[in-house]
Design a protein around this ligand. Structure first.
Ligand code: UD1
Length: 366
């Protein structure tokens, strides 16, 4: 058996979580291999992040690509199994909740290789979300569960996970944000779009529940229309959303005077847009955390969140897909009467260090 540890990345939200871990592994001279499943493959969904974040070229690229959930997950599993059988890693580290996460965890566990899950225990309690299924199943078979907030501890205990496997370490995504803040500031990307600091809103919407059927997508367009009637808005558009606008013949509806549409952006450009924005409207998971850390008001276009600390302590509010809710909270934001947010426990830039120390202690020393 080699000493190498596998670090898995596959889809856009994985890359900012593995970057600080890779840095810390390098610093502590821990041998690893980076496996890219290829779940996301466009330049601006993958390569630009690897470049921006200094992530090395993958040791293996599984080329899974898009497809139905079953075919994408299955393809990752088949390809990953070939690699894992050849390399026999000491540990497989998966992050987050995408299809690559469960696919690789399942393959590893079935051949008795230990699995560590970073960002374990988050629950939306909404099994219509593919991510919720991925999270629950991954946690059930993981040996080391690294959590970002206290709610995860209770969730895991309620699901019968032994507390000796759970480690409250903080948030690697926030580590990455802290590590890149200065660089992101310096890109000044917002001014390239002719935006003024504090005078625009930033939007990201791509969840199936908001964009996969025509009625929901029209609702999103109405919400965007309202916001842009009050304030300038920039919307870097995810391929899923773009495809559905085309499919439902709604592309024209996005031509609004105060709405700037861009391609999906790199990490540094996007972070630059976050830090200079007045507010954010999103259905993403990670952006709820980034905005809360930075104390930027954020309205989440969902009925639930797996990250409750962003509501309790952070600057996040769930508004469902209700335009009346949106009007109410947007008004508070624009009149500076919206909640200000508090610092969040353990989100201090040291999560990757804690995870690495735990791995050394529990795995590499044995
Ligand atoms: C996936 C994750 C989601 C995460 C999101 C961030 C799962 C179940 N979902 O959803 O949790 O928030 O990534 O981006 O893993 N496509 C491209 N180019 C790409 C990648 C995808 O054009 O590089 C297209 C695909 O053809 C597909 C659509 O975008 O039609 C969706 O991609 P997919 O990876 O299936 O899921 P996401 O919606 O991106």
């Amino acid at each position: 058996m080699t000493n190498d540890i596998f670090i898995i990345g596959g889809a856009r939200p994985n890359f900012m979580k593995i970057a600080p871990l890779i840095n810390e592994f390098k610093r502590q001279k821990i041998r690893f291999k980076f496996i890219h499943t290829g779940q996301h493959y466009d330049f601006n969904m993958s390569k630009i992040f690897l470049d921006n974040l200094g992530i090395p070229k993958p040791d293996y690229f599984l080329n899974a690509g898009s497809g139905t959930h079953a075919s994408q997950t299955a393809k990752i599993m088949v390809e990953f199994e070939k690699v894992i059988l050849k390399e026999k890693p000491r540990l497989v580290i998966v992050v987050g909740d995408v299809n690559s996460t469960i696919a690789c965890a399942l393959v590893a566990k079935k051949i008795s290789i230990e699995v560590a899950h970073i960002e374990a225990g988050l629950r939306s309690f909404d099994l219509k979300m593919p991510e919720e299924i991925n999270r629950r199943l991954t946690d059930q078979i993981s040996d080391y569960l690294f959590i970002t907030e206290r709610s995860a501890l209770l969730n895991l205990k309620n699901e019968g996970i032994d507390s000796s496997k759970i480690f409250f370490v903080g948030n690697v995504m926030i580590d990455n944000l802290i590590n890149n803040l200065e660089k992101a500031r310096n890109t000044n990307y917002f001014s390239e779009l002719d935006l003024v600091c504090g005078e625009y809103g930033l939007v990201t919407i791509h969840r199936p529940s908001n964009v996969d059927n025509k009625r929901d997508l029209i609702n999103v367009i109405e919400i965007l229309d309202y916001i842009q009637s009050k304030f300038k808005v920039v919307f870097p558009i995810h391929p899923r959303t773009q495809k559905n606008l085309r499919k439902f013949n709604l592309e024209e509806e996005m031509n609004k005077p105060n709405l700037i549409i861009t391609e999906p952006l790199g990490y540094l450009e996007f972070l630059n847009l976050i830090i200079n924005s007045k507010f954010i409207l999103t259905d993403s998971g990670g952006i709820q955390e980034e905005a809360s850390y930075l104390k930027i008001p954020i309205l989440t276009l969902r009925n639930n969140t797996e990250r409750p600390v962003t509501i309790e302590e952070g600057t996040n509010t769930l508004i469902g897909n209700d335009i009346l809710n949106l009007k109410k909270y947007l008004d508070k934001i624009l009149t500076d009467t919206y909640k200000k947010g508090n610092p969040i426990e353990m989100w201090d830039g040291k999560a990757a260090q804690r995870i690495t120390n735990t791995i050394i202690e529990k795995i590499l020393k044995n």
